[in-house]
Design a protein around this ligand. Structure first.
Ligand code: MTE
Length: 313
């Protein structure tokens, strides 16, 4: 039998073993500023985001065709790098994510500044193939690599006062040129209820297609909430805060009548300017029916038993 190599499988030789990656990082650190900069340049292509070695393949799979990697990495929404679909890829290539830190605060026992290593390394990386349905009525199927958000949040020991989790993206107009225009009230913000954040499907992703997260897809660390419209999946996160009141979210701040806090994929609730009943899978010609909760109804519907989803859209 011939084993057809899947599009998202990459040869072992392309994966940097963890020990080698760590050696490089330590060497870069000890080489000092000037030497370090030189060295980084000599690793052009090997960006300094999280190395996704040794992950468990396909811990959650889907019987659907994976979107071509080229499409998933060149047709993006990431307004920090421009509002056109091809802008993020073009404008984010020089974005550096070295020494990335995440501020953790609010109602928890372990607030502070976490490095990517501190945050991710204690947990086992998994590959999960999820549908991502954009509010603009297109969708993709993407093999993410990451860690359940719940595992990460548990280590921060949220207190009983924590009812929601608020996330923010980096705000640095010099590094993110799209922020030089006020199309969004920067920084980009998102939020989840505590129950949504702790749901086993909610993922913090550091890679995709077997590789470190590309800049245009939200390097070095982003959220993936597969039953919600894509804009909930906030990219390049620098802040996680446990809060008591429903946090402000960017798209709700911009157009409150069009984008609610929940933003669950729901073919029964149309966007005021277009139908949400159908979607076009990137790569397909014909549209397909949009599924309730993006097809994750069995897993997540009970989170919303007491909510009128037409009011809480
Ligand atoms: N996160 C930030 N910080 N800025 C953005 O503009 N766009 C959102 C979301 N996360 C966005 C963001 C939208 S509208 C979508 S559809 C998804 O990212 C797209 O993710 P992808 O480009 O990896 O497919």
């Amino acid at each position: 039998m011939i084993k057809i190599k899947k599009r998202w499988e990459i040869p072992e030789s392309e994966v940097t073993p963890e020990s080698l990656y760590r050696q490089r990082r330590n060497f870069i650190k000890s080489a000092g500023v000037a030497g370090g900069a030189l060295l980084l340049n000599s690793f052009a292509g090997a960006q300094a985001s999280y190395a996704v070695d040794g992950y468990q393949k396909k811990s959650i799979s889907l019987d659907e065709e994976i979107t071509a990697e080229e499409d998933a990495t060149s047709y993006n929404n990431f307004y920090e790098f421009g509002t056109g679909k091809e802008d993020p890829k073009e404008n984010s290539q020089r974005f550096r994510t070295d020494d990335w830190t995440i501020q953790v605060g609010g109602h928890c026992e372990k607030p502070g500044t976490y490095s990517l290593e501190d945050l991710i390394r204690p947990h086992a990386l998994e590959e999960r193939i999820y549908r991502l349905r954009c509010v603009e009525a297109w969708s993709m199927v993407i093999p993410w690599i990451g860690v359940p958000l719940s595992s990460i949040l548990k280590t921060m020991q949220p207190t009983s006062a924590a009812k929601y989790v608020a996330f923010r993206t980096l705000h640095d107009p010099l590094r993110m040129p799209g922020q030089q225009r006020s199309v969004v009230p920067w920084p980009y913000r998102e939020g989840l209820t505590m129950a949504e954040a702790m749901h086993p499907l909610t993922l913090i992703a550091v890679g995709m297609y077997g590789k470190t997260m590309p800049n245009q897809n939200g390097a070095p660390i982003r959220l993936v909430v597969p039953w919600k419209y894509g804009f909930k999946s906030i990219k390049s996160i620098v802040s996680i805060e446990f809060v008591e009141a429903e946090p402000k979210t960017s798209w709700n701040m911009i157009l409150p009548d069009e984008y609610g806090f929940y933003s669950n994929v729901n073919p029964e609730v149309d966007h005021p300017r277009w139908s949400q009943k159908k979607e076009r899978r990137i790569g397909d010609i014909f549209k397909r029916e949009t599924q309730m909760f993006n097809g994750y109804q069995e897993e997540v519907a009970d989170l919303y038993d007491d909510l009128d989803l037409k009011v809480n859209f």
